[in-house]
Design a protein around this ligand. Structure first.
Ligand code: FMN
Length: 220
């Protein structure tokens, strides 16, 4: 597929099995594919480096303003099991953890402000400024790179807000720091998912608002 067709073929696919799926792709092959997708994320444009505090204090100390926390299939299934054991109400997220080959939890790094103190028990709030806006934009571009790379490889994918994955309980379990803000949680499913017969939900806004003259205009 050329790039235009990959962009047009990308679509939300929420794959919802009722039972944990066994291994559908070899682990080594899967790991190599996931590493390729992470490499694509790093090619996204970004403008401002993250605040020096993140670079000085964190193990993940890139100057890029986003971070990726990757769960492989085994960890997806373990997380689904933990959700049961901990009595967390996770709805469709649990079904998707039972089906996913991988989950990428993508955060962006807000500029420090009085709104986000280290050690916060809640997901931090953030100041409305240009730097933060551009950090969010950069994280979004990185996510889109992954979605397009997945689409090109025939991997069904879904960008979710994350729901229960944003809670402190699951962040603590997965070691996703509370002072970072989740830009999206990306589920990647086996290529064979569409032929499996399980329920797959599309994105609710797939067809909405697309008429070009309602969102683009030429300035003359
Ligand atoms: C920032 C962001 C967050 C999203 N979060 C959710 C979500 O929590 N639940 C959901 O059903 N879809 C979510 N989506 C997917 C959209 O519903 C989907 O992109 C939209 O319906 C258009 O469908 P398409 O992706 O197939 O083009 C999210 C998309 C974006 C960009």
């Amino acid at each position: 597929m050329d790039i235009d067709n990959i962009i047009k073929a990308r679509k939300t696919q929420k794959v919802l099995p009722n039972q944990p799926w066994p291994d559908a792709t070899g682990d080594l092959q899967l790991k190599a594919t996931l590493e390729e997708l992470l490499d694509l994320a790093a090619h996204a444009p970004y403008h401002y480096p993250c605040h020096r505090q993140y670079i000085a204090e964190k193990e993940l100390n890139s100057c890029m303003p986003f971070r990726f926390y990757a769960l492989d299939r085994t960890k997806c299934r373990a997380t689904s099991q933990y959700i049961d054991e901990a009595g967390i109400e996770a709805g469709k997220v649990k079904n998707m953890l039972d089906g996913a080959d991988a989950l990428l939890i993508v955060t962006w790094l807000p500029e420090p402000s009085e709104l986000n103190q280290a050690g916060s028990k809640k997901e931090v709030s953030f100041a409305g400024n240009l730097t933060n806006m551009e950090h969010i934009s950069a994280a979004s571009a990185a996510i889109q790179n992954v979605l397009l790379g997945a689409t090109a490889r025939g991997i069904p994918n879904y960008w979710s807000t994350g729901g229960p994955l944003r809670s402190q309980a699951l962040r603590d379990y997965l070691s996703v720091p509370m002072d970072e803000i989740i830009a999206g949680t990306v589920f990647l499913f086996p290529e064979s998912a569409p032929e499996s017969g399980v329920k797959i939900l599309p994105g609710g806004m797939r067809q909405q608002g697309k008429e070009k003259n309602t969102w683009a205009t030429w300035i003359s």
